[in-house]
Design a protein around this ligand. Structure first.
Ligand code: NAD
Length: 343
């Protein structure tokens, strides 16, 4: 096993805490990538890993991702992430959560946590009994999905303008993969703006019902990415943009809220080579985190929506630089984020 700073995802993390509590059996990692723009903010994941190295790698990768995401969303926040290492039975006790909360509190506001995979709203409330440094609690802004959907819609509009020269979405054909909280919300906005929708979800009844309601069509989720449309909007799973899938996409732009859409990261280049405009996922889907982190500077709903309104400008800047430099949009976004955090 190599030293932690030799991990590929270490990328000059400011500090990485390993937390162990003998009494409760807690093992956790709190990774703080950057506090350059403000307190390191990012959720807590509760997950069972194959081994300790995988847990550390995940914490580092996610924490750096939060630095980039928060910076590109113009938030006064740095990036961090916590991982609670679950045993095979996924045992989660109040004592464990309390020990974790006290560890977060010990960082004196340098790290602000929030809900992530494997943690419930009730878990976050339990954590908040021992530390103030929790964002996104019930009553503090609610479900991030609708805010993410708003940003995705604005990003789709920006993509239509850039890739099609369209002023608005009237008549623009959009295929939406996944019509849950984000995809469904974005579909409603797009329909309202006059777009022609094709919707798909593994929950076929859900896609069909929404298509009927919005006057669009439903398609199978197996080939939604390959529809004869102008824009594809992935809002379900990650890693859907692969060498193979990209070959078969005929749309002019990809703009959706799903996390980690590029299977390896190199696919950004392939999209560029094929002349397909790509809205980097963490830039277009930042509406949710903008809402979750409202407590950092006591932003009200008006301030939140103002920040979300900036998502298209951020995308434009990425696309301008991509055109100028010849770099892929995802690479440009990472580079811009690094600059913003003083790297
Ligand atoms: P959700 O669970 O509300 O909706 C996801 C939908 O996708 C469901 O209807 C599900 O049936 C469908 N789905 C799953 N697999 C599919 C497949 N193979 N093909 C077609 N449909 C499929 O989740 P959500 O909150 O809308 O999140 C969607 C995506 O956006 C996820 O990748 C999530 O990580 C990302 N995201 C969400 C937010 C947020 O605020 N909720 C913020 C940033 C990123």
């Amino acid at each position: 096993m190599s030293a932690i700073w030799d991990f590929a995802d270490f990328d000059d993390h400011e500090v990485v805490h390993c937390v162990r509590d003998h009494a409760s059996g807690l093992t956790a990692i709190i990774a703080i990538h950057s506090t350059h723009l403000g307190p390191a903010a990012g959720g807590t994941r509760f997950w069972h890993y194959a081994d300790g190295e995988a847990a550390i790698r995940d914490a580092l990768r996610l924490s750096r991702g939060m630095s980039y995401k928060n910076a590109m969303a113009d938030l006064p926040a740095g990036g961090g992430k916590a991982v609670i290492v679950a045993d095979e039975a996924r045992t989660k006790t109040p004592a464990m959560l309390a020990a974790f909360a006290k560890a977060v509190d010990g960082l004196a506001g340098r790290y602000i946590t929030a809900q992530d995979v494997g943690m419930s709203e009730a878990d976050m409330v339990a954590i908040s009994q021992h530390t103030q440094n929790v964002a996104g609690l019930p009553g503090q802004g609610g479900d991030p999905g609708p805010y993410t959907a708003r940003g995705v819609f604005l990003g789709i509009e920006a993509a239509a303008k850039r890739a099609l020269g369209a002023d608005g979405l009237k008549g623009v054909r959009i295929a939406i993969q996944g019509v849950g909280s984000v995809g469904g919300g974005a579909a409603r906005y797009c329909a309202e703006a006059g777009a022609q929708l094709i919707l798909a979800d593994i929950d076929t009844a859900r896609a069909k019902a929404l298509a009927e309601e919005l006057g669009g069509d439903a398609a199978s989720s197996a080939d939604i990415l390959f529809q004869a449309v102008d824009i594809v909007s992935p809002n379900a799973l990650g890693a859907i943009l692969t060498e193979q899938s990209i070959e078969n996409i005929t749309a002019k732009a990809i703009a959706g809220g799903a996390n980690n859409q590029l299977a390896t990261g190199n696919e950004g280049r392939l999209l560029q080579e094929r002349g397909i405009l790509y809205a980097p996922d963490y830039v277009i889907n930042a509406g949710g985190i903008i809402n979750v982190l409202r407590k950092i500077d006591d932003a009200d709903d008006e301030a939140i929506y103002k920040r979300i309104d900036n998502i298209p400008a951020r995308l434009e800047a990425v696309w301008d630089e991509s055109e100028k430099s010849g770099m892929a949009a995802n690479e440009v976004a990472d580079q811009m984020a690094q600059k913003l955090i003083g790297r």
